[in-house]
Design a protein. Structure first.
Ligand code: ADP
Length: 467
């Protein structure tokens, strides 16, 4: 029980005037600020009864929970708030802390970076470091040494307008991203025929039939924004597009770019584009791009806007040929946060929706996920039927779980026992699907209430469906 006189007076006032919302809220805030967490929790709960949807009270309650390590309660309190578009960034940071507390660092990083892209003042480098364990020192590709007295023989890759790297300086650009070979093709992507076709036309045909495209004044390059619920297969698809094209694949995560020092994120971004330019043809894939390309109007600080400007400058290139053979694929679960300037021609001008799989696609995904395992007779359609609302990532979880159980049985039996339909059905019972429904609810809000430009028309039939 707090023994602070001021608090006691406030508490007494609240007792005498129990329906005074501002008073209760103030008391709860004071208790929280002074670290009386259980009392703060009780006061926020009481205030919430008076004003059930109040975002400040919900975030206050969530903070009281997080600071008491009651992470599940914090997430449950925040859930309705986070389902609304444009929720307070502080709620996002608290959700990130709760998710990290539960060990879900991937989703924590997503929430955290999304929130600080909207309110950079909430950045906490120490917490961010927990989310992004420093990568192993990357192999830095060395440019060919120039002859001592002469300029380099090959023209240097053009620098973009905004950040000019200083060779040899401690801040000389390095890309943390790595060049990979994809190892997948569209044959490894089940279903999604419409999406594959859109990528073929946009990315593959201009390279396979350059003359035809040139005749219409079109050239290879540019980008596509893949959007849809988490786990629906955006990364998988991007990797397969690189393989289909015979292109190198550079997979860029937020940790490869975002840096707490002003200017460093822009340098990292430039270095990453340069890495792709040196390895063309190359698919440059940006995951969670909404954190790098957030709406500038939402940002309070100029230096975060600078990163968006840099990204736009890199996409445009300093001249026509700068990005020839560099295909930018970007993925986001929250396309509505991406600055509209990215949708201009030559940038990420083609948003492509990566939908959650229907029953036929789920059966096809399961077939692909199981293809290299010892199998009994399988009825993938039966498993697809009981996994409504599961996305590719969830189905992978089902297969992984079933395989683990089978492995245990095989070890006990001393011989390999093939995987069967009941194994998958049992595993499906124990896997909870990720948040497709919640995603659809958020998408519905944007499609119905913030679709003036028609940007989300493609989603209309989906959000009107049953979820
Ligand atoms: P996202 O990038 O949309 O969050 P991912 O691409 O990481 O989702 O998908 C997670 C995993 O689910 C992939 O690694 C892949 O194994 C599986 N997966 C998703 N969609 C498909 C698909 N259409 N065909 C085959 N596997 C898929």
């Amino acid at each position: 029980m707090p023994d602070d006189a001021g608090l006691q007076a406030l508490r007494e006032a609240a007792r005498l005037s129990p329906d005074n919302l501002p008073l209760r809220q103030h008391l709860a805030g004071q208790l929280l600020a002074k670290g009386y967490l259980a009392d703060a929790e009780a006061e926020f709960r009481a205030a919430l009864v008076l004003s059930p949807k109040n975002p400040e009270i919900i975030t206050g309650l969530a903070e009281a929970f997080v600071r008491q390590s009651a992470y599940g309660s914090a997430l449950a309190a925040l859930e309705p708030l986070l389902a609304e578009p444009g929720y307070p960034p502080r709620a996002g940071v608290l959700a990130a802390r709760a998710l990290a507390g539960e060990g879900d660092l991937g989703r924590a990083a997503y929430r955290y970076f999304e929130a600080i892209s909207r309110e950079p003042a909430l950045a906490d480098p120490e917490f961010a470091a927990r989310l992004n364990p420093p990568p192993a020192p990357p192999p830095v590709p060395q440019p060919p040494a120039a002859p001592p007295a002469a300029p380099p023989a090959a023209p240097a890759p053009p620098a973009p307008a905004l950040v000019t790297p200083q060779p040899g300086s401690p801040l000389a650009p390095q890309s943390n991203a790595e060049v990979q070979s994809s190892g997948l093709t569209f044959a490894d992507v089940a279903g999604m025929e419409a999406v594959k076709e859109a990528l073929r036309v946009k990315l593959l045909l201009p390279i396979q039939q350059p003359d035809l495209f040139a005749a219409f004044g079109k050239r290879a390059g540019g980008g596509v924004l893949l959007y849809g619920p988490p786990g629906a297969g955006k990364t998988h698809l991007a990797r397969a597009a690189a393989g289909e094209l015979g292109a190198a694949f550079v997979n860029v995560g937020l940790a490869d770019i975002l840096d707490m020092y002003i200017g460093s994120s822009e340098r990292n971004l430039h270095a990453t584009f340069d890495l792709a330019r040196r390895n063309r043809p190359c698919v440059l894939f940006f995951d969670e791009v909404d954190a790098l390309a957030a709406r500038r109007s939402d940002m309070r600080q100029a230096h975060t806007r600078q990163l968006v400007n840099q990204f736009l400058a890199e996409l445009d290139g300093v001249d026509q040929n700068a990005n020839e053979g560099v295909l930018v694929l970007a993925a986001t679960n929250a396309p509505w946060y991406v600055d509209a300037a990215f949708r201009r021609p030559g940038r990420l001008d083609q948003p492509v929706f990566v939908p959650p799989p229907d029953a036929a696609a789920r059966a096809a995904i399961l077939r692909i996920l199981c293809r290299d395992k010892p199998l009994a007779e399988m009825d993938f359609d039966a498993v697809a039927k009981v996994t409504e609302h599961f996305v590719g990532a969830d189905l992978k979880g089902v297969v992984d779980r079933a395989v683990e159980a089978k492995l245990q049985q095989s070890i006990s039996a001393g011989r390999p026992i093939p995987l069967s339909t009941p194994d998958l059905l049992a595993a499906a019972q124990s896997v909870r699907p990720t948040a497709v429904r919640e995603w659809m609810a958020t998408a519905r809000n944007y499609v119905m209430h913030a679709n003036d430009s028609g940007a989300w028309d493609e989603l209309m039939p989906w959000v009107k469906g049953k979820w």
